[in-house]
Ligand binder design. Structure first.
Ligand code: GLU
Length: 477
């Protein structure tokens, strides 16, 4: 039988890293077992769902390389089918109309709160007579459809990540609401637990892999599967992504949408590599730097941890820097070139762009680091405070004066990769100034600060129009 997995995002916000990691686990496992990876857009919350969020999610999946099979299914197009199944459950007596008003529910909650009990419906309309139903309807009361949950029922499944899980019917909050309120004998809009079962069955889903926040939903859904006589898929519940305080990663943790990671300068391959290791501890991976294709070859759901996975910027940054460092230089120069374009900076040649990319790649963590790090190659960088302090306090100005005089006297005008060390050695010897001080002073003149790529390698890339003499002179004023 064909193995089929799915991602079922609700388009009520931008593509979140938690959803992206669920997508990745589904994709990896589908690849591993030679199955299909499908998408279902759960867009039945009409107030909160937006087509731009659907686009954002699909674009994000594509950017991460998580390609899917077939056209995405839109849940909103299947509402009449969901209702048909609700009707079926009503007809076979597994579900019933419940006319409890909002006020009555509120009173019940308050009473339970006072007694320190968790919220739970009391199933008061489970056995209404025909007459009672008609009276409620004639009074203009609206109704939801509730699915009967047997309090004594034991629900068990073998979760592929967490092993055996057990739930008691009595812990599921009372009879389950399947549809929103509607007037008369109408059936209101179907709700998540019903729709998800009907659609997973329709899409022949064999493996449901989702976050652990859905465990209690799975217990409810298994009961609906049984009532509708549908074949159960295998369930897996992945641990949540946690922030540094061990709480669920949320919007308050600043960066959570895949767009934001992209805009900050993370590569899709590093983000997906990092996300795979968020909760997954392989027994047999050779390295922590692996493409999703390589990961899919060794990926097992049973290697996913049960405990929450702490998000670490440090680790993500390290992985991103490694991908940048190992990237093919032409490709990197093209990626960096887009940032230069945005800044209006024009590289003199493609060869120059590639050389600069090679020079910068060892010190970059994020792609956008290329902006700050390549600025001195396009513009005369302002001298920053640390640079100014160095020049004032550490023989910096004296050093620059000596270098300037040398360049003027010897009429070279330009420091070159080939002669730089000889010049610095000579000045250092004659004037008894440490080579380190001379080099650092030059660094301030060229980069405006004490950091930056290798100085000697940089010289051939500095633009002629902002000559070395000019760069040094401006520090001496
Ligand atoms: N729409 C649900 C969500 O985004 C889907 C959960 C599931 O995979 O069933 O959380």
């Amino acid at each position: 039988m064909e193995k089929r997995l799915r991602l079922a995002p609700s388009p009520t916000g931008l593509f979140h890293i938690g959803t992206a990691r669920t997508a990745l686990f589904n994709w990896l496992y589908a690849q591993k077992i030679g199955g299909k990876f499908l998408i279902r857009i759960e867009d039945t919350d009409f107030h909160r769902s937006k087509s731009e969020y659907t686009k954002n999610i699909l674009d994000g999946l594509q950017w991460l390389g998580l390609t899917w099979d077939d056209e995405p299914v839109k849940q909103s197009e299947r509402i009449s089918i969901h209702k048909k199944y609700i009707k079926k459950l009503l007809e076979c007596g597994a579900a019933y109309r419940c006319f409890t008003t909002e006020n009555e529910i509120h009173e019940l909650r308050e009473e339970q709160k006072k007694k320190g009990l968790p919220p739970k419906h009391d199933n008061r309309h489970r056995n209404l007579s025909k007459d009672e139903i008609e009276t409620f309807i004639s009074q203009g009361r609206t109704s939801v459809i509730r699915f009967k949950i047997d309090e004594k029922k034991q629900i068990r499944w073998v979760d592929q990540i967490r092993g055996e899980i057990q739930w008691q019917g009595k812990d599921l909050g009372g009879d389950l609401v399947l549809s929103r309120r509607a007037k008369g004998f109408e059936i209101g809009d179907p709700l998540y637990n019903l729709a998800v079962v009907v659609d997973d069955n329709f899409m022949n889903i064999t493996h449901v892999v989702r976050g652990e926040d859905h465990i209690s939903n799975t217990a409810k859904q298994i009961l609906i599967y049984e009532a509708l006589d549908f074949k159960l898929p295998k369930f897996s519940h992945a641990p949540l992504i946690l922030n540094s305080e061990g709480k669920k990663l949320s919007k308050r943790d600043c960066v959570t949408s895949i767009d934001e990671f992209r805009d900050m300068g993370y590569l899709p391959e590093s983000l997906s590599n990092y996300m795979a290791f968020l909760g997954w501890s392989p027994k047999s991976a050779k390295s922590e730097l692996l493409s999703i294709q390589e990961i899919s070859e060794v990926f097992e759901l049973s290697d996913i941890n049960k405990a929450g996975a702490k998000f670490s910027w440090e680790k993500l940054n390290w992985i991103n820097s490694q991908y940048i460092k190992n990237m093919e230089s032409i490709k990197l120069s093209k990626i960096i070139g887009k940032y230069w374009d945005d800044m209006g900076w024009k590289p003199p040649s493609q060869e120059w762009a590639i050389k600069l990319a090679i020079l910068l790649r060892d010190s970059m963590i994020l792609l956008k680091d290329a902006i700050d790090q390549s600025k001195p190659f396009f513009l005369l960088p302002p001298i920053q405070k640390e640079g100014k302090d160095f020049l004032e306090n550490k023989d910096g100005k004296v050093s620059l004066k000596l270098i300037l005089n040398y360049l003027i006297e010897k009429n070279t005008g330009k420091l070159q990769k080939e002669n730089a060390h000889a010049i610095i050695n000579e000045i250092s010897k004659i004037h008894n100034i440490k080579k380190g001080i001379l080099m650092k002073s030059l660094r301030v003149a060229f980069f405006g600060c004490l950091s930056g790529p290798d100085l000697v390698q940089s010289w051939e890339l500095f633009s002629e129009s902002k000559s070395d003499i000019l760069r040094i002179k401006r520090c001496l004023n």
